[in-house]
Write a protein that binds this ligand. Sequence first.
Ligand code: BG6
Length: 497
Amino acid sequence: MTAKTVPVATFDLVIFGGTGDLALRKLLPGLFRRYADGQIPEDSRIIGVARDSLSDDDYRARVSQALAPVVESEPGLQPRLAPFLLRLGYHALDATRDEGWQAFADELQAQGERIRVFYLSTSPGLFVDLCTRLKAHGLNGGQSRVVIEKPIGKDSGSAARINDAVGSVFSEGQTFRIDHYLGKETVQNLMALRFANILFEPLWNSNYIDHVQITVAETVGLEKRAGYYDTSGALRDMVQNHLLQLLCMVAMESPAAMEADAVRDEKLKVLRSLRPIDAGDASQLTVRGQYRAGASNGGAVPGYLDELSRLEPGRTESRTETFVALKAEVDNWRWAGVPFYLRTGKRLAERVSEIVIAFRPVPHSIFEHGAGPVVANKLVLRLQPDEGVKLWLMIKDPGPGGLRLQHVPLDMSFAEAFGVHQPEAYERLLMDVVRGNPTLFMRRDEVEAAWKWIDPILAAWETLRESPKPYTAGSWGPGAAVALIERDGRTWHEEAG
Ligand code: BG6
């Protein structure tokens, strides 16, 4: 079975930071797949921009190398590679100097009015210069869109400054703030599950839901990102954006329509209902961790500080957290008293991202002791790997010999059920930008509301000055994260159920 694709209108997409990691690892492979699938019209252009002086052919060679693993894993895409590479061009530009910008603008404008997407895959420090130059050369017109990537700031103040700067050139309607978690298939499925079925809504509240868990566990470590990651840490890198967006998707009320502002209004209400965590309760409600040497993906791996000192010789100390667990509460009628336990970390035991809706137990068991315990239902949405949904139910153990109960999942793995390639988050999101559909992008007020909740936690950690708790690479994080949930008489979900 093949997924249906509707071609988008012809466009020019400019990737600032076109030789960078994100462009080569995510954006260009995503665009290639969409092209191979027939969704990108032949006369569209993709233009890489960076400071290095490269010819179009040099750039195509780099991109071709970056696409080799995609073609290797799906040989059927091979014939589409050469025509895709012909869609690519390159411009050497420096965001801070005027040189070359006029020629670049002339080349874009030579095609007349068409959709233009400017993807700022650079450090946020360059956003102001880039936007100002785009405006100076008349490239911010009606069909232009700008895409910005996180980090959108380090706190509310810096986020507001970035938003002001971009907003002085592009209108809110032209600004697409990407959170790639919103492009993941299961996250959108959560909307379908909640709002296209009658089954869940009556149960989706504190009367029937005991608690919610959101886990985003990674096995990778610092990678090559010391400069960024060590000044960020897991709370800013993952919780402020990805985990809070997932929380919003679980907790929001039904929007009146699947329209961008209707959806984003509902998410904003959730963010504004989060109970603040400050120095008074941060030690109770949050856990920070940092990995030590251990084993991951079958091999020995160094600790965070060792990795850091290899990447930045002389650095031997850091209090940056590579793991966070926290207990959040949404103070509104629907969710009062239902904790949302969030955890994320690097170098954990497995790469797994999932949302667990843990229902309350039945009020009374009619079954005899020998039937075994009646375990509460759970709905588990797996974002990665093996996207799918499992609804854990109690059933009778099949066969003769008395009535014994079993806790088993009704299991829907998307790959098995539909047999189609699940698009990568960036594939969908890039096409949404071209279509001008901002539903799965963050509005300015959402980003700022998320920071407003994060700011006091960062301030509390600053005040408390506690070092992050060590955990062994390849484990599930510091023991304190287990204690955080066990104190409430609950446990982190494990696949064995
Ligand atoms: C990014 C973070 O936003 O998300 C990275 O900056 C993290 O630190 C990545 O590794 C995880 O994304 P995914 O899609 O691999 O879960």
